[in-house]
Ligand binder design. Structure first.
Ligand code: 6PG
Length: 460
């Protein structure tokens, strides 16, 4: 294991708990020392303090896990590491690396006979220790050599290991990136629902918590809603108020959500739910601008704060569910298209099975989606499945009712809005983009197609 940050340390503990021998290295020697102190009774652990010593301590072919931050740190470690490696050694990058970087590294290392795997892992600190969702991408042989290991350290659902081979090249990191794009939408949905209940309906934090708890009992059962209930219960002991009221609203991001949107734009797949979830985090960083505008607005506007009655709670629950279906549909659509363009040959059903356990986005919805893909394998977009679409229509009514009331309040709902817009645009046979085509031709002579004749036409 190279990298003893939160995930690296917990994954190392997971590995040692299975009695598997492990050598650990971190460029900050203090971390290695601290880790070794914690587990010193375990004879299976070899702490090392330079890369050469680390490499020498391993059996051949060496199997090395990298858990260092994405970007330059990965290249820095690799530059040092490859000097000491031999042909046939396997290096697995288990961080959140960008899939294109992974593919460049795979090519470079392959020239030296070293197998470089891009492994998406989900589960955070707890999952690293108790069992992760593991999405392995790269050389199939490299996967097979370590198959049992991945299965051993992964989460298990109904006896199945949530670890598996996703596909060639950077596919492991590609699917992890989209997984995180979906994660962004779930977090955004939770934030919007929280805002609607807390500020739109005037519920206190405890009431909001209880509502999320109710939702957990049915179709919305999910790890992230469980965590929501948990964090809403936290109190600040000095002030004796819910901790959430004291937490800054500036949300950070490390990059995977943004890369998902950038990639979707590049590959031509619409993922508006993911896009707005990323943008909203960016909006949150403009704290000063928001503060000034908010003061100016309060000074000049005479409008009273408009509330929304609690009787809309059932509509909110349905709308939340619909936004989940739509954002998963977008993410899966993106993976399917990428798999075709890049030739990754990803089996979406198998991938979803890896997300049933360990993954931070694990939920009942994942099980529903597996059923959809069993019924309609190869489907381009899950909305094309008749049963999904029937359910969506039913939920759509609730979303429209909710949104029509929310429009007269000051509660921002970018994700809910985009859910409805995506749905009604994707099912519209004829969009108003015909006028865009005419205008593009008028000023740029770009040409347009007609629906009654084939060929390319121009306005003359
Ligand atoms: C996981 C998480 C994990 C991490 C992301 C969150 O699946 O275990 O996705 O990878 O929490 O870094 O990303 P942001 O920092 O961009 O919110």
């Amino acid at each position: 294991m190279i990298g003893l940050g939160v995930i690296g340390e917990n994954l190392s503990l997971n590995i040692t708990s299975k009695n598997l021998p492990i050598s650990v290295y971190d460029k900050f020697h203090e971390k290695t020392r601290r880790f070794y102190e914690k587990v010193s009774s375990n004879l299976n652990i070899t702490p090392t303090y330079d890369i050469e010593e680390f490499v020498k301590s391993l059996e051949k072919p060496r199997k090395i896990l990298l858990l260092v931050p994405a970007g330059n740190p990965v290249d820095e470690v690799l530059t040092e590491l490859i000097r000491h490696l031999d042909k046939g050694d396997i290096v697995c990058d288990c961080g959140n690396s960008f899939y294109k970087d992974t593919e460049k590294r795979q090519e470079a290392l392959q020239r030296r006979g070293i197998i470089f795997m891009g492994v998406g892992v989900s589960g955070g600190r707890e999952g690293a220790y108790r069992g992760l969702s593991i999405m392995v991408g790269g050389d199939k042989y490299g996967y097979l050599v370590m198959k049992e290991f991945w299965e051993e350290i992964s989460a298990k659902v109904d006896g199945d290991a949530c670890a598996g081979y996703v596909g060639d090249r950077g596919s492991g990191h590609f699917v992890k990136m989209v997984h995180n794009g979906i994660l962004y939408t779930i977090l955004q949905s939770i934030a919007e629902a929280y805002d609607i209940m807390r500020n739109g309906m005037g519920m206190d934090v405890d009431e909001v918590k209880t509502t999320f708890e109710d939702w957990l009992r049915d179709k919305l059962a999910s790890y992230l809603l469980e965590l929501t209930v948990e964090v809403l219960q936290k109190k600040d002991h000095e002030l004796e108020i819910p901790l959430i009221e004291l937490v800054s609203d500036v949300a950070e991001q490390k990059g995977t959500g943004r890369w998902t949107s950038q990639t979707a734009l590049e590959l031509g797949v619409p993922t508006p739910s993911i896009d707005v979830a990323v943008t909203y985090r960016t909006i949150s960083t403009f704290r000063e601008v928001r503060k000034t505008l908010s003061n100016n607005y309060l000074k000049t506007s005479n409008s009273k704060i408009v509330k929304i009655p609690r009787s809309f709670l059932p509509d909110l629950e349905k709308s939340f569910y619909l936004s989940m279906i739509i954002s998963h549909a977008q993410g899966l659509h993106l993976i399917k298209k990428a798999s075709e363009i890049y030739g990754y040959s990803i089996d979406l059903k198998k991938l979803l099975k890896l997300w049933r356990g360990g993954s931070v986005i694990r939920s009942k919805i994942i099980y529903r989606l597996i059923e959809v893909l069993e019924r309609s394998p190869g489907i381009e977009n899950i909305l094309l499945d008749e049963e999904v679409y029937k359910e969506v229509l039913e939920l759509e009514r609730a979303l429209r009712i909710l949104l029509s009331h929310l429009k007269s309040t000051d509660i921002p709902t970018p994700l809910l809005d985009s859910t409805l817009n995506y749905l009604i645009s994707m099912r519209r046979e004829r969009l108003p983009t015909n006028i865009i085509q005419l205008l593009r031709d008028r000023f740029g002579y770009h040409g347009f197609e007609r629906i009654d004749k084939s060929g390319k036409f121009h306005l003359e």
